[in-house]
Design a protein around this ligand. Structure first.
Ligand code: NI
Length: 133
């Protein structure tokens, strides 16, 4: 049995379109995800990456990264995947990864609600409760 998503509005008023450019314009911080939507227990998050993140993995969550503007490299232990605008990558649970962006990149993430940005690594860059836009 699935659990209701707390705080969610489940009526027709909840059917609102999202303009990604306008949403990304609402924040500037890097590595600081914002929740922009939720469906079926998943969160849709927006994040701006610049520089190197920390190596980490998620024991129980697959994580999808869709590039909206710019490009970045997803480092895996055995290879690096370069992602440009209009491209996405799903990192399966348990796979170590580290995003690296030479310049700012705008990314949409899809992952289960509650997924920590730093996964198993923890540390000071962990965002426990991303704000909602
Ligand atoms: Ni991750």
């Amino acid at each position: 049995m699935s659990e209701p998503v707390s705080g969610a509005t489940r009526d027709v008023a909840g059917a609102q379109k999202v303009n990604l450019a306008a949403a990304f314009a609402q924040f500037n911080e890097h590595w600081s995800p914002r929740i922009i939507g939720e469906l079926n227990g998943q969160h849709v998050k927006l994040a701006k990456f610049q520089g190197e993140f920390v190596w980490h993995q998620h024991a129980h969550e697959d994580e999808m990264f869709l590039v909206v503007r710019g490009s970045f490299a997803m480092q895996l232990r055995d290879r690096t995947v370069s992602l440009g605008e209009g491209e996405f990558l799903i990192v399966p649970r348990g796979v170590e990864h580290r995003p690296v962006a030479a310049e700012e990149v705008w990314v949409v993430l899809f992952e289960p609600a509650g997924t920590l940005n730093t996964g198993s690594a923890g540390g000071e860059r962990t965002v426990r409760e991303p704000p909602r836009l």
